[in-house]
Design a protein around this ligand. Structure first.
Ligand SMILES: NC(=O)c1ccc[n+]([C@@H]2O[C@H](COP(=O)([O-])OP(=O)(O)OC[C@H]3O[C@@H](n4cnc5c(N)ncnc54)[C@H](OP(=O)(O)O)[C@@H]3O)[C@@H](O)[C@H]2O)c1
Length: 440
């Protein structure tokens, strides 16, 4: 059998420790499949004395992960430190420039520097593999990179952040507020102490940037992504979604449109009967729309030590067997600089929840403004206040009440200008809630 692939692992936290354990368990199988064994020879983390649940003595310890990345003892560097800059970036750049293969789970690094790192890998004739950077244990990078050359992808969308899906699932099933669910998610370890990165959509955006590039053969362009999080979603929106046959999910969506590639992250109404609507809790899912396969949905664990390590180990096995190809499935110079489709030009259905003054003519005034902006309404639902003590003979209380509109496909710019007019008319008591609809 050929000589082992010598692996150095920088970062021995949740994922790094699980990689060591899986490699120990699966090495014989990996060796059979790839024709050579994988041998972890070196490791690095901050604290050498920390109990990590396994014996460190078989490995050369590096206090400095950059020294590990340079070490002649190592053929393949596995970066599991995290972060788009600092040590993680330096480890990856050093390893590639020293002609070593790199496997990483670092979406932040890839989203920001992916194209440049892929170029270095190509120049040096080595691999840059990042299956674990998107959707944890789901092999979506491999699927897009290797399984669909017979297809032209028109759209992909996914639930790429387990924390957000957990919060939205509990809000819907238990009628809780965003704040209550977030607190619980933090207590259970599903959300960070500072949850901004997850709940405001930035983590989803990093992952979407990577998937967009793989799906459309374009340069990574994370700056082009329109990002909105889930913190403004109210229990009433989830109740209305249910009444109207939808579920609310935080989706990352990438779509080829007439104006270029549209990339957006926002809370989304999806039909309750769709595959993606069935995905509850911390689970992730990605749906790919392509001309030959039509619709392909992958569902599975988006995070966690073992699931993420499963993806890291798959990449290491590909490096060992020589099966790992170009990072984005094609030469870097052929990655397109695709035009960005501006969000204002987005076209789709909208759920709009207005909090209107409960007086005669308000619904008609809203409908008129929509018609003037060329927006057709599929439905309009007015909720009367159940609690107000004094009502006029028509059942109106004078207190603000929700008015929900579902539109047919309309331009984002038209929706925005109609809402400005409605606000200017003094018809609404609060800023409107706008949630885009994504149909199958
Ligand atoms: N956790 C998940 O479910 C998951 C899922 C998908 C992708 N990822 C990605 O996987 C990567 C690792 O995540 P993780 O959850 O395993 O993180 P983690 O548990 O925080 O582990 C980070 C590791 O990096 C080490 N480290 C930090 N700074 C270092 C430095 N300057 N030099 C050397 N070592 C350093 C830490 O050392 P000490 O242990 O000594 O502190 C720790 O072992 C990240 O890019 C993350 O985005 C994670």
């Amino acid at each position: 059998m050929a000589r082992p692939l010598r692996v150095g692992i920088a970062g021995l936290g949740t994922v790094g420790a699980a990689v060591i354990q899986i490699l120990a368990r699966q090495n014989a199988v990996i060796a059979q499949r790839g024709g050579r064994p994988v041998q972890v020879v070196a490791v690095s983390a901050r604290d050498r004395t920390k109990d990590r649940g396994f014996d460190l003595s078989p490995f050369t310890w590096f206090d400095d992960p950059i020294a590990l990345a340079r070490s002649p003892e190592v053929d393949c560097v596995v970066e599991l430190v995290g972060g788009s800059e600092g040590s993680a970036r330096e480890v990856v750049e050093t390893a590639l420039s020293h002609g070593k293969h790199v496997v990483t789970a670092n979406k932040a690094l890839l989203a920001k520097h992916g194209s440049a790192l892929a170029r270095t890998a190509e120049e040096k004739g080595v691999t840059l593999a990042f299956e674990a950077s998107v959707a944890g244990g789901i092999p979506v990078v491999k699927t897009l990179r290797e399984a669909l050359p017979g297809n032209s992808v028109s759209r992909l969308y996914g639930i790429l952040n387990g924390t957000c899906n957990y919060i939205l699932s509990r809000m819907e099933l238990e009628g809780l507020t965003f704040a209550e669910c977030l607190k619980d998610a933090q207590r259970l370890g599903y959300a960070e102490a500072d949850p901004t990165f997850d709940v405001e959509g930035f983590d989803t955006a990093h992952k979407l940037a990577i998937l967009t590039s793989l799906a459309f053969g374009s340069q990574i362009d994370s700056e082009a992504i329109y990002v909105e999080g889930i913190s403004s979603i109210a229990p009433l929106d989830l109740a209305m979604a249910q009444e109207l046959g939808f579920r609310i999910k935080l989706l990352g969506v990438a779509e080829r449109t007439n104006t270029g590639i549209e990339q957006r992250v926002h809370p989304t109404m999806v039909p309750r009967t769709s595959s993606i609507a069935q995905v509850m809790g911390v689970t992730n899912a990605v749906t790919i729309d392509a001309d030959a396969v039509k619709e392909l949905t992958l569902i599975g664990p988006g995070a966690g030590g073992a699931a993420t390590a499963s993806a890291v180990v798959a990449d290491i096995a590909d490096v060992a067997s020589g099966a790992a190809g170009a990072p984005f499935g094609r030469p870097v110079h052929s990655l397109e600089s695709a035009p960005r489709a501006p969000m204002q030009r987005h076209e789709g259905g909208y759920y709009i929840r207005l909090t209107v003054h409960d007086r005669p003519g308000v619904a008609a005034g809203v409908a008129t403004r929509m018609a003037e902006a060329d927006i057709s309404l599929e439905s309009i639902l007015q909720k009367r206040s159940e609690t107000a003590a004094t009502k006029d003979p028509h059942g109106r209380s004078g207190t603000p009440v929700p008015l929900v509109l579902i539109t047919y496909a309309a331009a984002e710019s038209a929706i925005r200008s109609a809402l400005e007019e409605i606000s200017g008319d003094g018809l609404i008591a609060e800023p409107p809630q706008v949630i885009r609809i994504e149909r199958e």
